[in-house]
Design a protein around this ligand. Sequence first.
Ligand SMILES: [Zn+2]
Length: 111
Amino acid sequence: MYCKNCGKEIDDRAAICPHCGVPVQTASQQPSTPGLCIAGFVLAILSVWFGVLVCIPPVLAIVLSSRGIRKAKENGSRSNLGTAGLVIGIITTVFWGIMYLMLIITAIASP
Ligand SMILES: [Zn+2]
């Protein structure tokens, strides 16, 4: 690749340009948050509100978030959103799981 500052050819893995000393910004140095992390987080938030209707989204949020975290670790990028999505997804799943259990128990117990 070429330095953006001086235009000279430099090593792909170089952190700074050996010619001018300007930090080189490569794709691996400034990785973006994987889309799966964002998807998992959004789904986790949605599932907090719609978990009462369908119990699949919180589970999906956990799956997407954990995949996003794995991908973020491979790329060396940040997985904060994925972690948040994972935690929210688990809490939501447990919460709605208990709510469903209570509903079922109530339905069975009532004459
Ligand atoms: Zn340079």
